[in-house]
Each structure stands twice: as structure tokens, then as C-alpha cells.
Write a protein that binds this ligand. Structure first.
Ligand SMILES: O=C(O)c1ccccc1N[C@@H]1O[C@H](COP(=O)(O)O)[C@@H](O)[C@H]1O
Length: 199
């Protein structure tokens, strides 16, 4: 079970995610209570070992803006929310980073359809923390796809059983308030996700 923890802003939470065994951590570079500057993302990413993927998260920015912020942040992956056309992913290929396409279950659920490397199937409002009908996508996406949207330590096992994803991605569900991560919740989420996969 691939596990991504998103919206990290503090070194202690980056350390908690890495020590808990997260596969990827995300820095939000778009409008959100979790937003950080590209320079802050670079500082945080510098402490991340190479086996953990560092991801810059965008929603609605132009490819030029994505390119500039990604280079400044020095991360190894880009996650695009919103209705980006195939050409936007093609245009970012030369960055040489992992490309992650994120969208709702009503969109194209074929991982790779836009030349992306990973797919996230999310709630209609990204980063909202709202659960949705995870079972509705069971058996539909294929390949390297993560389930997201309203996941938390308390429900990730249920969500994994419902949707059978390749991975899971969480932001709000490991916070005590919008934008305020909690190291204990991060550890609990990773353990619960891995336990669900093993069970
Ligand atoms: O986390 C955010 O604030 C965010 C803002 C804008 C776009 C994406 C964002 N995060 C992604 O949203 C989902 C999960 O959200 P949640 O767990 O329901 O809060 C996930 O893909 C995050 O990477």
C-alpha cells in the first residue's frame, strides 16, 4: 500500500511522516490553509531521504507557473488538480519529475491516459476533508492510483476495503485544525493504511 501524506508545513511533521514509513509527502503550492512557498518547500524537502517522493501540489496554475515553482522547490514530483488537458502533462515531461494527475471520480480514471505516472481519485473538492462514496470507484481505475478525499486514521481501513486502491493520500484527516498537522495522527494513518492492506 503506497501512502502519501500531503500538506506538510513543519519539519517535525515531515520527520514524523518519514519515520512512520510514508512513501511520499506533499507540499501545497496553491491556495489552501496548507500553502507554503516554493522556498519553504525546498527547505522541508532537503530533510527528506531519497526513497521518499517529494511532491509539489498545484490546482489551476499554468504550466509555466508549475514549472517555475517546481524548479524553485526542488521536488521530485508534481501533482495537478483540476481539468488540465493532456498537453499540460506533455509540456511538463521535460522537468523529469513524476507526474501525478488528480481528479474526481467523474473524470477519466485510466492512469496513464494523460501520460501521467500516478493518478489520484479524489473528492469533488480537493483538500476539503469530505468523505465520498469510495466504493463507487472499486474496480474502475487501474495501475498506480491513490484514493483520496476525507481519509483519516479512523476510516482508511474501511476506504481501502471499499475501493481497493493501489495507494492512499491524506491531508485534512491528519490535522487538528485546517493546516495544523499532528504527528500522532500521521503515525496512526500510516499504520492503519498498512494494516488495512495486509488484512
Ligand atoms: O491539501 C490541500 O489543502 C489541497 C489543496 C488543493 C489541492 C489539493 C490539496 N490536497 C490534496 O487533496 C486530497 C486530500 O484531501 P483531504 O485528505 O480530503 O483533505 C489529496 O489528494 C491531497 O493531496
Amino acid at each position: 500500500m503506497y501512502v502519501k501524506i500531503c500538506g506538510l508545513r513543519e519539519p517535525e511533521h515531515v520527520a514524523a511522516a518519514v519515520e512512520a514509513g510514508a512513501d511520499a509527502i506533499g507540499f501545497v503550492l496553491t491556495g489552501s490553509p496548507r500553502r507554503v512557498t516554493p522556498a519553504r518547500a525546498r527547505e522541508l524537502a532537503a530533510a527528506v531521504p531519497p526513497h521518499v517522493l517529494t511532491v509539489a501540489v498545484f490546482a489551476g496554475e499554468t504550466t509555466d507557473e508549475v514549472r517555475a515553482a517546481t524548479l524553485e522547490a526542488g521536488v521530485r514530483a508534481v501533482q495537478l488538480h483540476g481539468d488540465h488537458p493532456h498537453e499540460d502533462f506533455t509540456a511538463l515531461k521535460d522537468l523529469g519529475v513524476t507526474l501525478v494527475r488528480a481528479g474526481a471520480a467523474s473524470g477519466d480514471l485510466r492512469c496513464g491516459a494523460f501520460d501521467e505516472d500516478m493518478l489520484i481519485v479524489d473528492a469533488p473538492r480537493p483538500g476539503s476533508g469530505e468523505p465520498w462514496d469510495w466504493a463507487a470507484v472499486r474496480g474502475r481505475p487501474a495501475g498506480r492510483w491513490m484514493l483520496a478525499g476525507g481519509l483519516a486514521p479512523s476510516n482508511v481501513a474501511e476506504a481501502v476495503a471499499a475501493a481497493r486502491p493501489w495507494g492512499v493520500d491524506v491531508s485534512s484527516g491528519v490535522e487538528t485544525a485546517p493546516g495544523v498537522k499532528d504527528a500522532g495522527l500521521i503515525r496512526s494513518f500510516v499504520a492503519a493504511a498498512r494494516g488495512a492492506a495486509a488484512g
